[in-house]
Design a protein around this ligand. Structure first.
Ligand code: NAD
Ligand code: GLY
Length: 363
């Protein structure tokens, strides 16, 4: 099989700029990532599923350093303050100094917690993201949002803390369960739907190749999504404006995830259905055409993502959940809608009756 050449995308943030490397065999390319470590201490944060599979690939690259690993149990439930405390304890045990580095080896749960731990230790040390899920490669490892969940809600404690490098080894996707892989594709499609029509058309042409994880198509899709996100982050690092567009489909999606008690839908699946609902709402509000909605639905279906609200969910309850979204202002719904493919925008004061009608029609 042809192994596509690795790509490098830069997140341009002045002195805090960093590379995102995407390619095959990168974990074992020790010289590449080891050059990013400034000191003599490293803590690898991973989990009990990923570490047995991929920690051996980086171990030899850590030779000569004082390093140890901190492994989370698998699952979103472990993205907690208590585990940040344990990661900081592990840094303490290591005698980690200001020039130490935290290495996040895993999906978004590991990356968010490891990044937040790095942000806290001595008020901020380096960290390197080594994402092993498609979602983490195209979304969570890039852009510096780190954090943990609190009993009152997801991702409510955190910090903006940019990594020093991101190393996305696409070989790791071979062991990723199909549902997790497809959930990552939803975040790829989202980037194209928000702001990159040519990329959306490319995804339509390569949907079959992506569905079977063709390495060249996967690498190209990751690189184009990361390129798009890197641009957004460079222009609006702390989400004062444009970065909010990355939440396309998320207000509907979060409501669906919550109504399903986080067991019915994965986050990316909620985003897939949520994007379609946002497209239908845009159509109802005369912002976009039915043809754009149809293209989005066809692409989601082509890669095997869900496009319907799971049975048994109550539209009134979903609307109530949407009212709790962080983006809302002055008691009014504020949503990311679109004017067609590649043209998303933030819309405030959205008519609740129209939202309810879209939810009822999709039930
Ligand atoms: P995850 O980290 O829970 O990983 C999904 C599952 O895949 C887990 O069971 C994990 O152990 C397993 N896994 C990981 N890599 C594997 C591999 N290569 N082979 C086999 N199994 C593997 O979930 P995720 O979807 O990667 O990330 C979701 C998290 O990311 C959420 O906590 C979400 O809040 C966060 N997130 C953060 C941002 C951000 O900007 N920081 C953006 C999006 C999502
Ligand atoms: N996942 C949304 C963001 O990084 O802003």
């Amino acid at each position: 099989m042809n192994v596509p050449a690795a790509q490098t995308i830069t997140v341009a943030l002045g002195q805090r700029s960093y590379p995102v490397w995407i390619g095959a065999g990168l974990l074992a390319d020790h010289a590449r990532w080891r050059a990013m470590l400034r000191g003599r201490h490293a803590l690898v944060v991973s989990n009990t599923t990923v570490a047995p599979l991929y920690l051996p690939r980086i171990e030899r690259g850590l030779a000569g350093l004082h390093w140890s690993s901190f492994l989370l149990d698998d699952g979103e439930a472990h993205k907690t303050f208590a585990n940040v405390g344990r990661a900081l304890e592990a840094l303490g045990q290591l005698g980690a100094t200001r020039d130490a580095c935290v290495i996040a080896l895993g999906g978004g749960v590991v990356g968010d917690l490891a990044g937040f731990s790095a942000a806290c230790w001595m008020r901020g040390i380096d960290f390197i993201q080594m994402p092993t899920t498609l979602l983490a490669m195209v979304d969570s490892s890039v852009g510096g949002k780190t954090g943990v969940n609190l009993p009152v809600g997801k991702n409510l404690a955190g910090a903006f803390h940019q990594p020093r490098a991101v190393l996305a080894d696409i070989d790791t996707l071979a062991s990723l369960p199909g549902r997790e892989y497809r959930a990552g594709l939803a975040e790829v499609i989202k980037g194209a739907a928000i702001g990159d029509e040519p990329f959306f058309a490319w995804l339509e042409r390569h949907a079959d190749a992506l569905a079977v994880r063709d390495p060249a198509a996967v690498l190209e899709a990751i690189a184009r999504k990361v390129q798009y996100k890197a641009g957004v982050v460079a222009r609006d690092e702390t989400e004062q404006g444009e970065r909010a567009l990355l939440n396309f489909g998320h207000t509907f999606g979060h409501a669906l995830e919550t109504a399903g008690h986080y067991t019915t839908l994965l986050h990316g699946e909620g985003v897939a259905v949520g994007m379609l609902l946002a497209a239908r709402l845009s159509e109802r509000l005369d912002m976009s055409e039915a043809a754009a909605t149809a293209r989005l639905q066809r692409l989601l279906e082509a890669v095997g993502l869900p496009v319907a609200i799971p049975s048994g969910m109550d539209p009134q309850q979903l609307l109530a959940l949407m009212r709790l979204d962080k983006k809302n202002a002055a008691g009014m719904l504020r949503l990311i809608l679109w004017r067609g493919i590649g043209r998303a925008e933030i819309v405030g004061g959205v008519d609740e009756a129209a939202v309810l009608a879209v939810l009822q029609a999709a039930g």
